[in-house]
Design a protein around this ligand. Structure first.
Ligand SMILES: Cc1ncc(COP(=O)(O)O)c(C=O)c1O
Length: 531
């Protein structure tokens, strides 16, 4: 698990280094960046390494590209031995471009076209079909193609384990109305809600039988997949999904071995993909739960997942054998697809506060009033930032569900702290507390990252730092109001070359701010004025 990236002294020296390099500048300088996303590269690498170490060797961890699709992150994942989970054909192409071996790429999308399936099959990429109809589509492609044209197919079926929603409905996909996977409705006659047993007749007859019949129909179907959701889900809920997956696997194998011929005596299902969904902690600096803690919970819930397969059928690199062992273990490679837990806490965002002002209250009174007892001033203040619903999209469009912590650094990078019980007394960094709306640069009222948050009084020229933005932030970038995607920098903190905070730092721009030309191209080719 990555160490938490936010450390106010580290942020200070990174901001100061960015200033010294001319990357971040005060607005008067008319140059430099107004906003950057800063990745702690050591935290990122530690996260990938500790994920691999937490699980046994037969697990293949495919980093969920969608969480943060930047090339340097994909390369770091590949270097750490991970595969990649792609949610679109362009993510598949990106994975190949960055050198991920095709057999370590998983293609998940609910809308795969014939063309996309053709491409993935031609490369030997593992495909998780989202529906039974998609399996039929794959069958039609395979039957129309000579078997020597494509590598052997590696196909799984996504099922919906129906373990219910977590605290964020929008990110919960194991619900009855989900668009993801074949839902396995429970057979209430044999199910007791207090236990997830692995008994037969566990699922509704119709869907279970349909899924099993597809394993009989298509001998190339060798995988099952679940993903319960992302954020807002406890480890127990993830484990419940895995239990359902294992129960179905047993039933499929049992049915195949009863009805099958020679080929079906071993295990057909060679890839069990348990998805992602380990939550990140946005409330404090602690990076937890950890992947090691998740392993404990999963081991308890689904011990068979942790039985290593015979050496010949799977190896550390995730290539799986076709079928064939009748040993006591599951004889599978187990795939995971974590994204958020690997990235969220590895980055912070700093935006210059372009303007800050006091709001008037509804009755027209001045917003800023003395708080009783002289402890400071109350009333709302608005800070206008260079990051709003363009980069912190979910935070603005679904207010209240996506929490972040914020800190204020002055124009020189020093942390501004609340001076409780009084006004500034010559101390540069101690400020009176105020309630703030942190608003973005876009032209609509909802472009507010957080409302009514108590912070040291924010002034124009400050750097407002948003914590834990390493996943699902830049990945969701929106072009509304023709915004350019912000620059991304990477830093490493060392002990040598210490500065005023006693630390050395190397900071580099990993990708510059998106060129204005590229933003304008998005709205149509430039150069032709009239049509
Ligand atoms: C199929 C699938 N796998 C993996 C993930 C990654 O989830 P997380 O980033 O929460 O680990 C997602 C996220 O939406 C997903 O849809």
């Amino acid at each position: 698990m990555p160490p938490a990236a936010y450390d106010s002294r580290q942020v200070q020296i990174v901001l100061q280094s960015l200033r010294a390099q001319g990357i971040l500048q005060p607005s008067k300088a008319r140059a430099g960046e107004d906003v950057v996303i800063a990745y702690d590269l050591d935290a990122l690498h530690t996260g990938f390494d500790s994920l691999v170490k937490a699980f046994p060797l037969h697990f293949l961890h495919c980093y969920a590209i969608k969480a943060a699709p930047m090339g340097f992150i994909l390369q770091a994942a590949i270097r750490a031995g991970l595969g990649l989970e792609a949610a679109s054909i362009l993510e598949v192409e990106s994975a190949l471009f960055h050198g991920c071996p095709p057999e370590k790429i998983v293609f998940d999308s609910p809308a795969k076209t014939y063309k996309e399936l053709d491409f993935a099959l031609s490369k030997g990429i593992h495909i998780n079909a989202n529906t039974l109809e998609e399996l039929d589509r794959i069958a039609s492609i395979l039957s129309a193609t000579s078997s020597s044209t494509f590598p052997p197919p590696s196909i799984g079926l996504r099922i919906n384990p129906l373990v219910g929603a977590g605290t964020i409905q929008e990110l919960s996909v194991a619900t009855a109305t989900s668009k993801f996977g074949v839902p396995l409705t429970l057979d209430t006659s044999s199910f007791s809600s207090s236990s997830f047993s692995c008994s037969s007749s566990y699922f509704s007859l119709s869907n279970k039988h349909k899924v099993i019949s597809y394993f009989h129909k298509y001998p190339w179907l060798t995988g099952l997949h679940i993903h319960v959701g992302s954020q807002g889900l406890g480890m127990d809920q993830l484990a419940q999904g895995v239990k359902v997956l294992i129960a179905l696997t047993e039933e499929v194998e049992e049915s195949l071995s009863k009805n099958g011929g020679e080929m079906e005596r071993g295990r057909r299902i060679t890839t069990l993909d348990i998805g992602g969904g380990l939550a990140a902690n946005y409330l404090s600096n602690q990076a937890m739960p950890t992947h090691a803690q998740l392993v404990e919970v999963l081991r308890e819930a689904a011990p068979s997942l942790f039985v290593p397969p015979p050496l010949s059928s799977s190896n550390r690199n995730g290539s799986s054998g076709s079928s064939g062992s009748s040993g006591s273990g599951p004889c599978v490679r187990v795939v995971t697809e974590y994204g958020r837990s690997l990235t969220a806490k590895t980055a912070w965002l700093a935006s210059r506060v372009e303007y800050a002002f006091d709001n008037h209250e509804e009755d027209g009174r001045e917003g800023q009033r003395e708080e009783e007892g002289g402890r400071g001033t109350i009333g709302l203040r608005t800070a206008i930032l260079h990051a709003g619903a363009d980069v912190l999209l979910r935070e603005c469009y679904v207010p209240g569900k996506f929490y972040h912590r914020f800190t204020v650094h002055d124009k020189d990078g020093h942390l501004a702290e609340v001076k409780e019980g009084g006004k500034e007394e010559g101390q540069v960094h101690a400020r009176t507390p105020r309630l703030h709306n942190l608003a973005g640069p876009l032209c609509f009222a909802g472009d507010v990252i957080v409302s009514g948050i108590k912070l040291p009084k924010v002034e124009s020229g400050d750097w407002l730092v948003v914590h834990d933005v390493g996943g699902y932030t830049l990945a969701l970038f929106s072009r509304y109001c023709s915004r350019a995607a912000p620059a991304v920098v990477g830093y490493r903190i060392g002990r040598e070359g210490g500065n005023e905070a006693g630390m050395g730092v190397t900071v580099e721009v990993l990708q510059g701010r998106e060129a204005g030309e590229s933003v304008l191209e998005f709205w149509g080719p430039r150069g032709e004025r009239e049509r």
